[in-house]
Design a protein around this ligand. Sequence first.
Ligand code: SAM
Length: 291
Amino acid sequence: KEKRIATPSMTKHYLNQFGFHFKKSLGQNFLVDVNVLENISKKSGVTKETGVVEIGPGMGALTEQLAIDADRVLAFEIDQRLDPILQETLADYDNVKVVFEDILSADIAPTLTDYFNEGQPLKLVANLPYYVTTPIIMKVLMNGLPFESLTVMIQKEVADRMSAKPNTKSYGSLSLAVQYYTEASVLFIVPKTVFMPQPNVDSAILHLAFRETPPVDVIDEDYFFELIKASFQQRRKTLRNNLSRHFKDMLSKEMIESRASSIDLDLTRRAESLTMEEFARLANVLYEAQQ
Ligand code: SAM
């Protein structure tokens, strides 16, 4: 196909033809640069054997690239107004299905089973709507969906937080939650100029490769994540301060102190200096103390 959807002139053409107006509230910033799309698709590791799930196809810019590179594509789009546009822009591709549903309320697993071959390698690739980036990613991570990886365009600042290492400004409970399920890395930065309309913030492509098993052993995952959240409650304060405040009705200060020293953990440290392994050990001893 000579005329790709993702050029400024074709995008304008479809906007005019269908009288479409962007909805800012739905995070509608469409990609108008084919090089960026090729790069996203290539770096995501999609091949002709891959089944791809896309969230928010918009006018089909990324969907078209994925239809070219993958075996088949299943896309979830919240905005029904895009239905006639997508029918035209993707008319040449018989390996694409668009479902008009809010991804946050969609029952994803059975839709995957219906559409993809049994055992087919699956990846999620998307230019996500920025207003719901974190809820969408956490839903996919926590629902145990059978994806090998997620490759998503999101705000650079959020990509940095999700992939951050200890002792950096961006490191926090979100980094630990995401990295418990996946290995996270920023693949490349994308300038505002490749979008229509242009967003206010820079974007990055974040790659999340699912782990086969969690990187740490925790007795109780909910407790582990609760402890992490509590530890970062006030970033500038010590662990001792944050933990004694959060657990005051469950554990005495002395108990927290003695459990921490049993694993050689200094409670005058700040949460941002702890590795996931250290959080896991601390969660396990405190959890046992509470039983
Ligand atoms: N993939 C297109 C592109 O790259 O040009 C459009 C990306 S645009 C940043 C985000 C898309 O997600 C929009 O089409 C928007 O309507 C859609 N969207 C927003 N919220 C959604 C939700 N909760 N579920 C599914 N799609 C959603």
